[in-house]
Design a protein. Structure first.
Length: 78
């Protein structure tokens, strides 16, 4: 099964809203106006969530490519 971690370096978010507009199933803007990856948990300096479908990977890849400060990363899990 395909498995990825989505990593979000939230502290550097500039609140542009692109990720939430492109991929609202996964991304929302929080009460402080920063992006939040739904169902993610904090790990050291970032937030993360595991996904396991090609469709989820593709949609989050789009969000990552749209992020102007490049703080959304997809990491393949072997
Ligand atoms: S696209 Fe990047 S900078 Fe814009 S709201 Fe999402 S995480 Fe923040």
């Amino acid at each position: 099964m395909i498995k990825y971690n989505i990593l979000h370096y939230k502290e550097d978010c500039i609140s542009c809203g692109a990720c939430a507009a492109i991929c609202p199933d996964f991304w929302e803007m929080d009460e402080e106006g920063m992006a939040h990856l739904k169902e993610s948990h904090k790990v050291e300096d970032h937030w993360e969530r595991q996904i396991n479908s090609e469709d989820s990977r593709a949609r989050n890849q789009e969000a990552a490519e749209a992020c102007p400060v490049n703080i959304i990363k997809l990491q393949k899990i072997d």
